[in-house]
Design a protein around this ligand. Structure first.
Ligand SMILES: C[S@@+](CC[C@H](N)C(=O)[O-])C[C@H]1O[C@@H](n2cnc3c(N)ncnc32)[C@H](O)[C@@H]1O
Length: 314
């Protein structure tokens, strides 16, 4: 718990961040680093495999841990690691694999912790869970088990998946109020496609967890923030006591749910208002163009028609 001094420090830092310009919507798992590292410490994990590194925000945190000797082994899997992330690879315990998880995972030795945050679709996540849960004592930390990807597939590159694995990928915007595609909402800005329709047994990240739970005896816990973070392990996980301690915040859980819902609602409202503003601006430009041509017309009319008339009358 924060005391007076900690709280004061937090306020000072928050004000600094606000002046520098806060990020509009935090999304990287690195934002949950304190929680993740607390879990890692409490279960005594010495090796971590991160699936999906994107800009490398979480990879950087993990690599700092590896460098400081708190991890013996770190593996990062992403078909397109950044140059910085690629440079983390060494001939000791750190490997950066520029591959799809489905190609990389079968050949990997067991890791204590797997962070699943790669392609967010049922087929891929189900396959990843199936592979990593073969390691009896693995803890799987999963990102995006809540809206928007809990019940809807995202495809970074749908062409690498078999047709039967895809739920009608489309470019389009999504919103919690609709199961389909909406005019304004989360829209991936061309970086990925999404399932045209939300729902069904084989659609989305959380559905993959549900499917696995019907085949393997797993335990599941979640943190309802940052798009949802899930903790999956076997029922016989050896470090359950340590994990439970780290995840012991049931009293604050309802508040986290509300805060997450609230930040998404606010963010989506901003997207909607920006879109309306853009539409209004386009309309204004169109009207102004109309006015301009009317003005041009009046100028021409004045110069040639009225001018001629007046000169005749002189
Ligand atoms: C949501 S981002 C990861 C964010 C990162 N873990 C963080 O918290 O900062 C997803 C990443 O997964 C990668 N990816 C997509 N398909 C993948 C696959 N089949 N296997 C591994 N990584 C994949 C993408 O290239 C992208 O960089």
């Amino acid at each position: 718990m924060h005391g007076i001094i900690n709280h004061h420090e937090y306020l000072v830092e928050a004000a600094k961040r606000a002046r520098a310009g806060n990020k509009p919507l935090i999304h990287s798992l690195s934002e949950a680093r304190e929680l993740i590292f607390d879990v890692i410490d409490r279960i005594g994990a010495r090796s971590v495999c991160e699936i999906g590194s994107e800009g490398g925000l979480m990879s950087e945190e993990l690599h700092a841990r590896y460098r400081s000797g708190k991890l013996d082994r770190l593996t990062v899997i992403d078909p397109f690691p950044t140059q910085t992330v690629a440079s983390y690879g060494d001939d000791r315990g750190c490997k950066v694999l520029a591959q799809l998880s489905s190609d990389a995972l079968p050949d990997l030795p067991a890791h204590d912790v797997y962070i699943i945050d790669g392609d967010h679709n049922f087929f891929t996540v189900y396959g990843e869970l199936k592979q990593v849960l073969k390691h009896e004592n693995a803890l799987v930390i999963m990102h995006d088990i809540s809206w928007p990807w809990a019940h809807r597939d995202l495809y970074y590159d749908a062409s690498v998946l078999p047709d039967s694995a895809k739920n009608d990928p489309v470019h389009g915007a999504i919103h919690p109020s609709s199961s389909g595609i909406v005019p304004h909402g989360f829209d991936g800005r061309g970086q990925y496609t999404v399932a045209a329709e939300e729902g069904g047994d084989t659609n989305g990240v959380f559905r993959a967890v549900v499917a696995i739970s019907q085949e393997v005896d797993i335990a599941f816990s979640s943190v309802p923030a940052l798009f949802g973070i899930g903790f999956v392990r076997s029922q016989s996980f050896a470090h359950e006591a340590g994990l439970s301690k780290a995840l012991d915040f049931s009293a604050i859980e309802p508040l986290l749910y509300r805060l997450e819902e609230n930040r998404l609602t606010t963010y989506l409202r901003v997207i909607e208002l920006e879109a309306h503003l853009h539409e209004r601006n386009v309309e204004l430009v169109r009207i102004n163009k109309g006015r301009l041509s009317l003005f041009e017309f009046a100028k021409i009319f004045g110069r040639f028609v009225l001018g001629g008339f007046l000169s005749k009358g002189r």
